[in-house]
Ligand binder design. Structure first.
Ligand SMILES: Cc1cc2nc3c(=O)[nH]c(=O)nc-3n(C[C@H](O)[C@H](O)[C@H](O)COP(=O)(O)O)c2cc1C
Length: 324
């Protein structure tokens, strides 16, 4: 399938794998790129050694890298480090991308900018980024509250109104060919997929956690700040993270002040539970699309399955199950 996104990056289907912090390493990114999508390493909060290792693992396969951009403000040298690896794209989210653009452009690297509000989308368009990703609140991981369904066409219309060359992708709740086709119908040039790749075999996720999470559906996720609070990660107030609910999250959601009060004890409990993949405490970052993912697959299997669905085109009667 050809879109402006596939032409721009030389892909064989309009899918970008989300740069999931701690989850999307070189193996996942390379597998997605090899299969015809755009694979991205999840540079996240910026661990220089980890990022270097993941680019080594990806080897000769062209992959990009994403950052939680406010982390770049603390460690600006990380940008030089990543640009030296000649990434296929740089994916920036969760802070103003403006300070980094000159350097990234000078390196000839395309900039993908993920936004959560129309206002931020306009800012990204003013900056002339190559791709803007309109992320809806059903997405796994951090974000805000806009619904994907209305947010994507609002940004697509603005791009058309301006006659802008910026491409647009949709993110949030897309896990299969139906979702990709819906994104295209909303005016997007492609889709960013996180949660389905979170469950891919190459993702850096404890298998026990994947198994227990796949037993749940979209109703079992929640947007919360509990996980950031217990990990002592100080996210700007406008963002929350969509996670799988756990008893721990249920206990503290809405009582973050109480959690802060008892933080040393609760932090120990959280860390022990992470080591044990204890489902009563741990709350992996996944989106509502978890209800569409049935089993762990290889990344190539995910792409092949989406490709097969796309090849059918829009046939509602054919889409009663995932992809095919
Ligand atoms: C486990 C996980 C980690 C994520 N980490 C990041 C991140 O580090 N940086 C980022 O820009 N987005 C991150 N995201 C959000 C994705 O970029 C994307 O918007 C989202 O996964 C799309 O929605 P979906 O999960 O329904 O596919 C993460 C998502 C997940 C599921």
């Amino acid at each position: 399938m050809r879109t402006r996104l596939t032409d721009f990056f030389g892909l064989s289907l309009p899918v970008i794998q989300a740069p999931m912090a701690f989850v999307a390493g070189g193996a996942l990114a390379a597998a997605v790129s090899r299969a015809g999508g755009l694979g991205l390493i999840g540079g996240g909060y910026g661990d220089a050694g980890w990022i270097e290792t993941q680019f080594d693992i990806a080897g000769d396969v062209p992959v990009g890298c994403g950052f939680i951009s406010f982390a770049l403000q603390e460690r600006p040298w990380l940008l030089d480090q990543v640009l030296a690896r000649k990434p296929r794209a740089l994916f920036l989210s969760f802070a103003d991308p403006a300070p980094w653009l000159d350097k990234v452009r000078a390196a000839g690297v395309p900039v993908i900018c993920q936004v959560q509000t129309f206002r931020d989308a306009c800012h990204a368009l003013n900056l002339g980024v190559d791709v803007v990703v309109a992320q809806g609140g059903d997405a796994g991981g951090h974000g805000q509250s806009r619904g994907t369904m209305a947010f994507v066409p609002e940004v697509a219309d603005e791009i058309a109104r301006r006659g802008s060359a910026t491409l647009i992708c949709a993110a949030g709740g897309i896990a299969d060919a139906r979702g990709v086709l819906a994104a295209l119908a909303l005016g997007a040039d492609g889709a960013v997929i996180g949660t389905r790749f979170w469950a891919a075999q190459e993702a850096l996720v404890d298998e026990r956690l994947v198994a227990l999470t796949l037993a749940h559906g979209g109703d079992d996720t929640i947007r919360t700040r509990v996980v950031d609070t217990v990990r002592r990660i100080d996210w700007p107030g406008r963002y929350s993270g969509r996670v799988l609910r756990s008893s721990f999250v249920e206990r503290w959601h809405g009582d973050e002040a109480g959690l802060l009060h008892d933080l040393p004890e609760q932090e120990k409990r959280w860390q022990a539970a992470v080591a044990e993949a204890d489902p009563s405490v741990v709350a992996p970052f996944v989106g509502e699309a978890i209800g569409l993912v049935q089993a762990p697959q290889s990344a190539a299997g995910v792409i092949a399955s989406i490709r097969a669905g796309l090849q059918k085109g829009f046939r509602p009667d054919q889409y009663s199950a995932i992809d095919s």
